[in-house]
Design a binder for this molecule. Structure first.
Ligand SMILES: *Cc1c(COP(=O)(O)O)cnc(C)c1O
Length: 375
């Protein structure tokens, strides 16, 4: 059997250890220091917008602080895209708030404007206007930003943009991670760049960023003694971890190129398979292709492919299981149209790391081509 091919594994540039060494040499072994500042400013430069970046311990922490900054507290309702990773929704429960799940549309697999508006109207008619809308660019594919922003603006509800999977993606030429009232990134081990674990909160003004850092460092008020008027968190990024981030920023665009090349490779190699389809970009959108995903025609076919790959020591995974189907979340209201459940049954994520070789990719496509669905 060949060596294990992972879904998405860390890919270092070679520059990371130099920044970590600097941190050791200068004894900045703490959740602050030059690497943190430089990592934040390189993200800001990359995003090419007037934004303010706070490096944090995880993307989940960034979502949690984002909800707090947008005023979410106990019993508030928060709309969340149902088709996502649970980290998008868990922080709603940390705040004692109520998640309201909204299904996807078929063009991007992200939050459906029609269902979103239906949900907002219905929640308002039941007596509560949702406090925040959490949107997600799944697998790096930008959601319908213009439509969603129009609705959010109309009902005056702020957007928390979960761009954990979409660092390097663009919508109408603008970088994902700059579309929300607050946006977040993740640098977990399987993301397009990684710091081993980490995240960032992206705010539109310096006051919000400063407030995020204040909350992330135990909400310590300005006083000689330790004085606290608010609940604090220990969510700041460490200066060691930020050193990895600085190295990773030097090759982010190369990672985007490689992942897009993976997508193209799969697409070309499987073009004669009528039962397998791919997700195209909409006009004006550019996906980092964090993961290449395919849609089969049935649950049976998807499982057959997944098991065939597993047998060849190749990791492939079903698409995210919608939050409204999860035991922890199923009791909350949801506005569904069947799209995310159907995608969950028939969809598969293929190995997509920026460090895959052509022979790795061939191993994957050969396993798919050799798989006899009708056995
Ligand atoms: C990875 C991920 C997160 C969470 O980020 P962490 O850094 O792992 O906490 C949130 N949302 C989505 C969609 C993700 O894929």
């Amino acid at each position: 059997m060949g060596e294990k091919i992972w879904l998405s594994s860390p890919h270092m540039s070679g520059n990371e250890q130099q920044y970590i060494k600097q941190a050791f040499d200068t004894n900045w072994v703490a959740p602050l220091g030059p690497n943190v500042n430089e990592f934040e400013s390189s993200i800001k430069t990359y995003l090419k917008q007037d934004v303010h970046v706070a490096a944090l311990s995880s993307g989940t922490a960034a979502i949690h602080l984002g909800l707090i900054l947008l005023g979410v507290s106990k019993d508030d309702e928060v709309i969340c895209q149902s088709k996502t990773f649970s980290a998008s929704a868990n922080p709603i429960l940390y705040q004692g708030a109520i998640p309201i799940f909204v299904d996807s549309e078929e063009e991007t697999w992200n939050i459906d404007p029609e269902q979103l508006e239906r949900a907002i109207k219905d929640r308002i008619s039941k007596g509560k206007k949702p406090k925040v809308i959490i949107t997600v660019h799944l697998y790096g594919m930008p959601y319908k930003v213009a439509e969603i922003n129009r609705i959010a603006k109309h009902y005056e509800i702020p957007v928390l943009e979960d761009s954990a999977e979409a660092f390097g993606s663009l919508y109408n030429g603008q970088k994902c991670g700059t579309f929300g009232d607050i946006s977040i990134l993740s640098f977990n081990g399987n993301k397009i760049i990684t710091t081993s674990g980490g995240g960032a909160l992206i705010a539109k003004n310096k006051e919000l960023k400063d407030k995020a850092i204040y909350l992330a460092t135990q909400a310590r008020d300005k006083a000689v003694e330790y004085h606290h008027t608010e609940i604090g968190y220990n969510y700041r990024m460490s200066n060691i971890v930020a050193g990895i981030g600085r190295g990773q920023m030097t090759i982010l665009d190369e990672h985007v190129k490689s992942r897009r090349a993976n997508y193209k490779f799969y697409r070309d190699a499987l073009k004669d398979f009528d039962s397998i389809s791919f997700l195209d970009e909409m006009d004006g959108s550019f996906s980092n292709r964090w993961l290449t995903t395919i849609l089969t025609e049935s649950f049976k076919e998807r499982e057959c492919l997944r098991l065939a790959l597993e047998k060849e020591n190749i990791e492939a995974r079903p698409l995210w299981k919608p939050m409204h189907m999860q035991p922890i979340f199923e009791k909350y209201p949801s506005y569904v149209n069947g799209v995310s459940e159907d995608l969950f049954e028939k969809g598969l994520c293929l190995p997509s790391g920026s460090n895959l070789s052509n022979s790795d990719l061939e191993r994957v496509t050969n396993s798919i081509i050799n798989c006899n669905v009708n056995v």
